[in-house]
Design a protein around this ligand. Structure first.
Ligand code: CP
Ligand code: NVA
Length: 312
């Protein structure tokens, strides 16, 4: 049997996503019950892009589960350059019980998964950030005591965060509205597929360019940087194109009961005002903490004996 991977969350059923979120809550409540869950297991963590939260939450999380995490700088392993992605997958599978990778093209994590005998966990690609949205929805669940029927409004770039938020919303029955400037829409295939999945769970996934009035019924307002990692050269143009799409006090005043989330790192004065991210509606520090618990839930689910090894 092939191992289970976490590449986009599309591969998990609504029930399994709820299971992951439930496990994250249990681990947060009683971490000592899981101290030996990964005893004797190793997680390789490959980073082709910078990271604080993802690296630290996975490294600390693996340690707290009784396992060991290895940080591998992408420039050393040079995945797909020094040797093929499939050879790296096969070799790593002989040493470690799981691989977490942060890289550029999503096709790299797909190719790793196709050739790996151990679970591959996507720690962010240009198109998806599934580990982040598990922590995000854990935070939303803690705040409202439920997910189904809530309205999330994402204001900003139609990027990897947007895609993963649409996917997890569709899996959990959350309505998701993406508000972005023309030319910065999310990928239409992912949007359509989330809309289709949402039909099953009662979740409405939609997109608009109009900021005014967009957050009126919001329970959660979410934003992310205007220029993601790898888009640094477009920053100046993007700052101009995103004028009017800042989450600020005026926008948040339209939904006074909503909470504000941001995956971080944040740029105060660009996608969010300091008053909002440091203000009463913000839950960004709980959200960042939940990366630890949510990532432990992913590790326990995929690595702790439940995932079967393949012939590789
Ligand atoms: N939110 C997030 O993934 O943070 P890092 O880029 O610091 O890992
Ligand atoms: N969209 C951002 C998310 C960082 C966690 C990026 O890819 O840089």
């Amino acid at each position: 049997m092939n191992p289970r991977h976490l590449l986009t969350l599309e591969e998990f059923s609504p029930k399994e996503v709820s299971g992951l979120l439930g496990l994250a809550a249990k681990i947060k409540k009683s971490p000592s019950n899981y101290q030996k869950a990964l005893a004797g297991q190793c997680l390789a963590m490959i980073f082709d892009k910078s990271s604080a939260r993802t690296r630290i939450s996975f490294e600390v999380g693996t340690y707290q589960l009784g396992g060991h995490a290895l940080f591998i700088n992408g420039s050393e392993i040079q995945i797909g350059k020094r040797e093929s992605v499939s050879d790296t997958a096969k070799v790593l599978s002989r040493y470690v019980q799981g691989v977490m990778i942060r890289t550029y093209a999503h096709s790299i994590v797909e190719e790793l998964a196709e050739n790996s005998g151990v679970p591959i966990i996507n720690g962010l690609t240009d198109s998806h950030h599934p580990c982040q949205v598990l922590a995000d929805f854990q935070t939303v669940q803690e705040e409202f005591g439920k997910l189904k029927g809530l309205q999330l409004v994402y204001v900003g770039d139609g990027n990897n965060m947007t895609h993963s938020l649409m996917i997890i919303s569709a899996k959990t029955g959350v309505h998701c509205r993406v508000v972005c400037p023309p030319g910065y829409e999310p990928d239409s295939t992912i949007l359509k597929s989330a809309q289709k999945e949402g039909e099953k769970t009662g979740s409405r996934i939609e997109m608009t360019h109009q900021v005014e009035g967009s957050t009126k019924a919001a329970d959660v307002v979410y934003t992310d940087v205007w220029a993601s990692m790898g888009q640094e050269s477009e920053k100046e143009k993007r700052v101009k194109d995103f004028q009017g799409y800042q989450v600020n006090e005026k926008l948040m005043s339209e939904s006074p009961k909503a909470i504000f989330l941001h995956c971080l790192p944040a740029h105060r004065g660009e996608e969010v005002s300091a008053g909002v991210i440091d203000g009463k509606q913000s839950r960004v520090w709980d959200q960042a903490e939940n990366r630890l618990h949510a990532q432990k839930a992913v590790l326990v689910t995929l690595l702790s004996g439940k995932a079967k090894r393949s012939k590789n």
